[in-house]
Write a protein that binds this ligand. Structure first.
Ligand SMILES: C[S@@+](CC[C@H](N)C(=O)[O-])C[C@H]1O[C@@H](n2cnc3c(N)ncnc32)[C@H](O)[C@@H]1O
Length: 232
């Protein structure tokens, strides 16, 4: 899905987003904010902040910068910040998460809630999250990944060609993402209805030399082993 298709999809969704995706995805947002273990003065970047549903959940003594590619979603986030006097929100900016306009090692924590399966290039998105996160910082992702259940997988495969229309790819594989991004995952937890979404907590470690692993290595056995370890 191209960035223009993402913009078009979220231009359509902006008015109804909170009603449709607010409550149903909120447990995952709460879980991440709790897992962040925010400390006073932490500078946090949230990519794909959307309408800012997560923003009131951050404690008042951190500094949150939210970015998104959709002007219509951001307009709602800005309204929320103003109406709810969210002092912890430092800035809400229109920006591509795959091409962040921040220097390296800028943020203590970098967060992506329900963005990985929407962004045109999830590998690049994660690489940018890593670049701007300080060494020793943490990266948090909540997302739906391709199901292990064969029946649900078939349904996801059927919806996949409609990605442009629905505004997300239901079939992003967690194993593929980990293999390509070399994310240093500390733990994975399930969230939301039926545990269908996963919350990843990752350490920000030394940068991976480019290029990232090619698609030819898709069946790398080490990925399967790592996944088994995480699912224990
Ligand atoms: C499913 S919404 C999630 C919004 C919010 N994080 C939440 O918890 O409700 C996905 C958001 O990611 C944004 N997005 C997708 N690709 C992006 C990119 N490359 N850069 C910035 N934002 C992006 C979309 O515009 C949309 O607002």
């Amino acid at each position: 899905m191209e960035i223009e298709a993402v913009r078009a999809a979220y231009r359509r969704y902006a008015r109804i987003y909170d009603a449709v995706f607010g409550p149903i995805l909120h447990p995952g947002r709460k879980l991440i904010i709790k897992a962040l273990g925010c400390r006073p003065g932490d500078h946090i970047l949230e990519v794909g902040v959307g309408t800012g549903l997560s923003l009131p959940l951050y404690p008042q003594d951190v500094r949150v910068t939210g970015i998104d590619i959709s002007a219509e979603m951001l307009a709602r986030a800005r309204q929320r910040v103003e109406h709810e006097c969210l002092a912890q929100v430092h800035a809400v900016l229109e920006m591509d998460a795959e091409d962040l306009r921040f220097p390296e090692n800028r943020f203590d924590k970098v967060v992506a809630m329900y963005v990985v399966s929407v962004a045109p290039d999830p590998t690049r998105l994660v690489a940018e999250m890593r670049r701007v996160c300080k060494p020793g910082g943490e990266i948090f992702i909540v997302n739906h990944f391709r199901s292990q259940n064969p029946l649900i997988r078939v349904l996801e495969g059927l919806v996949s060609p409609l990605a442009k229309l629905v505004g997300f790819h239901p079939d992003v594989g967690l194993d593929d993402l980990l293999r390509k991004t070399h994310l240093d995952v500390v733990n994975i937890r399930s969230a939301n209805l039926f545990g269908y979404w996963k919350v990843l907590r990752c350490r920000s470690t030394a940068r991976v030399p480019q290029p990232l692993v090619s698609d030819d290595a898709a069946n790398d056995e080490s990925v399967a082993a790592t996944m088994q370890e995480f699912s224990k």
